[in-house]
Every structure is written in C-alpha cells, then in structure tokens.
Design a protein around this ligand. Structure first.
Ligand code: GLC
Length: 386
C-alpha cells in the first residue's frame, strides 16, 4: 500500500440495518456454506469446548436453556474454507523479495508451529513469481523456486494452517497487466496446475494490490481471464480477489463478481490513517515527515474505521460473499502503544463484521514476532490474540 486515497467515501450503516439486510439474504446465505451462522455467532463462543452437549429429550425442551453453539462446530473439516479462516498472519518480506533473504527474512519451518500454537489458523504467503518466470512464452516458472514454495506450503499444512498463496509484486505498474495479460495468465496456469491436487486448505489469491494505473473495468477483464485459467484445473478451490487502488476497501464495489462461482472470497487491505501506519517507511514518499504521529483511539478515529468497515460489510451482505481483511498493520517506527491500540481496534472491528483477518506481518518491519529475541512482540500479539 503506497498512498492514501483522497476520495475515500464513508458510508454509515448501523448494526440494526445490517442485521435486517442479512435476514433478507438468509436463504441465499445458508446456501453459501452456513455463512449466516458465523455472522450471528457471539465471539465469546470461540473458546474451545470439550464436547458437544447431548440433545435434550423432547419433553425437556421448554425447560432447557438454549446452548451456545460451540465454535468447534464452525471449524469442522466439512465447514467451508472461509468459515474456518479467522485469524491469520502474513509471512511478508520473504518470498516476495526479489530473492528470498534479500529483505532480511527467510522462512523457517519452526515459524509455523509457533504461529499455530499462538492461535492463528491461517497464513498468507506473498510470492514474487514474476522474478522466477521466463520473459517470453511459455513463461516457464523456475522449478527450483516451485520446489521452495512447495516446501514452505507443506510446512504450513503440516502445522494445520490454511495457507493463502498469491502473486505479489508483479510488474512495477499494474497497467502492464492490462496491456499484456498473457504472461500473468500463463503464470497462473502453471501455479494452478502445479497445486491442483493440493488440499482445499491451499487458497489462491490472484493478485496483490492492483494499483492506480489500471482502471476498474480493465482490472475486471484481467480477473476474468485469471479466474478462467485457474478454474480449468481447480474448479472448486477458494480464490481471493480484491479491487484496485491497492485493494482499497472502497473499490470493492467496482469488482465484477461472477455469479456462478461458489468459491470466491473478496479481500481488502486497511492501513488508514496511512500517515500513522506508514510513518518513516522508506517506500512511502514523504513518510519521514509523519514520524511521531500517534493513534489514540479517540471517538473520531474509531468512528472512521467503523464507518469504513460498515461499508465493506454492507457490500459483502449485498453480494453474499465472504470478505478477507488480507493486510493491516502499523510500521515499527510508530510508537508501540499506538500500534497496539490501532491493531487491537482494527482486529476487533474485523471480528465484529466476521471478516477473517491477516496481520501484516510476521517478523519484519511490522513484525508481531521478534526473530532475534525468538519471542513474540507481546503488545502486538496481545492486540491480535487477546
Ligand atoms: C503491500 C506491499 C508490501 C508492503 C505492505 C505495507 O502489501 O506489497 O510490500 O510492505 O503493503 O506497506
């Protein structure tokens, strides 16, 4: 994410309206893998429960208090993948660097057990396939790079984590993709074929953060082509798509969602206020001037986030689609207390709206884990997994 969109629209929707809207959609939503259940599950039901309660006999029904549905009911293997994804973390700065290690981060097997044991249930792994594919047809992907991705992906699955792989840092400007999509289509054709026999816990995300050089309609045309090639070999795999302007929340409304595809999730990234989350980040122009900016959790600051998330929740209900908050985080140059406050609030808002979320990121500049100390950053971990 590199800029703040100046024309962000806030759209207010109170929770009563949202519930009404959801009720109207009940039938369709039930069809879509019991998503409704998730919307109404109180978060307090998330505590693991030892066993399911016995069914009361018919005559006892009136006297029996309604039993909260245990969270485990939503994470049985037969539940859909989106329903099983709740709390995730991005393994950023590793496989999306020009070469792994060049940005100081190399993925180790031990991270996945640490991540799982901390309470995350999925990881998102950004990958720069672009740097490992031929420049001319058939745009072959380097088998050694595939082998490394296989290894990392295998570690995630072994640790019982759902894993999203994406195409990250493809081309310097997304306009390139609109002008000549065939290379990216060919790359996705290879990725999709390569992983076609992997379990459904492997999720594909078509493209990280299409920028502001591609229009919404150009982007929709690219998405259709990518989805076609993926569906040739993976008709039922969960696929994640987001809008332009770096996956901005208020661009979702321009996405064209194919009506007949039951395995799609939408995604957005959230880094507002950008001058707080990206202060001192050398890839964000002018960010030195933002150093010292705090996030105090004032009513006004919170209302902005809640309004933005309401807008996404309403769009999700209208389109009957699960929505993933695929990235959010505040860079390490901001003060830790503000980072923890902001992170906790964004996480709470996402959970309130039943958006699975993935923190940006594990152990680099935004890191929730400190590799030198081999320990969690407790303030951030507590903000994410209280
Ligand atoms: C996007 C960029 C990534 C950056 C992050 C936070 O995902 O691709 O490189 O670190 O946003 O700015």
């Amino acid at each position: 994410m590199f800029i703040v969109c100046p024309w962000v629209l806030a759209c207010k929707l109170d929770s009563d309206n949202l519930i009404e809207l959801l009720l109207e959609k009940e039938e369709a939503m039930l069809k879509r893998l019991n998503l409704l259940l998730l919307f109404f599950l109180p978060l307090s039901a998330c505590a693991p429960q030892a066993s399911l309660p016995l069914e009361p006999r018919e005559t006892e029904l009136a006297a029996v208090e309604p039993t909260p549905i245990p969270a485990t009911a939503t994470i049985q293997p037969e539940a859909g993948i989106p329903e099983r994804m709740r709390r995730g973390v991005n393994l950023g700065n590793a496989l999306e660097a020009p070469n792994e290690g060049e940005w100081g981060m190399y993925i180790e097997q031990e991270y996945f057990d640490l991540i799982r044991e901390a309470g995350f249930d999925f990881v998102r792994i950004p990958i720069r396939w672009d740097g490992h594919a031929g420049e001319s047809a058939p745009y072959s992907l380097d088998p050694a790079f595939f082998a490394r991705v296989d290894e990392v992906l295998g570690w995630a699955l072994e640790s019982d984590l759902i894993v999203i792989i994406n195409v990250h840092h493809y081309a310097s400007q997304s306009a390139e993709v609109a002008l000549s999509p065939e290379r990216l289509v060919a790359i996705w054709g290879q990725i999709a074929e390569h992983y076609q026999d992997y379990p459904p816990e492997v999720v594909f995300e078509l493209f990280n953060e299409p920028d502001n050089t591609i229009s919404a309609s150009q982007w929709n045309a690219v998405v259709a082509q990518l989805l076609n090639v993926v569906r040739e070999s993976n008709p039922e795999r969960e696929v994640v798509i987001g809008g332009i302007f770096w996956n901005a929340f208020d661009q979702l409304k321009f996405l064209q969602i194919p009506a007949d595809d039951e395995h799609l999730m939408a995604t957005f990234h959230y880094y507002h206020p950008f001058e707080f989350t990206h202060q001192g980040a050398d890839w964000a122009e002018g960010s030195e001037a933002w150093l010292g900016r705090t996030w105090d959790g004032s009513q006004e600051e919170k209302a902005q986030v809640a309004d933005d998330f309401d807008q996404v929740a309403r769009w999700a209900a209208e389109h009957n689609l699960p929505v993933l908050l695929g990235e959010f985080g505040a860079y390490s140059k901001a003060d830790l207390a503000s980072r923890a406050r902001w992170t906790a609030y964004i996480r709470e808002q996402a959970e309130l709206k039943q958006f699975p979320w993935a923190y940006w990121e594990f152990a680099a500049g935004f890191g929730v884990y400190d590799r030198q100390a081999r320990d969690w950053n407790n303030a951030l971990k507590e903000a994410l997994l209280p």
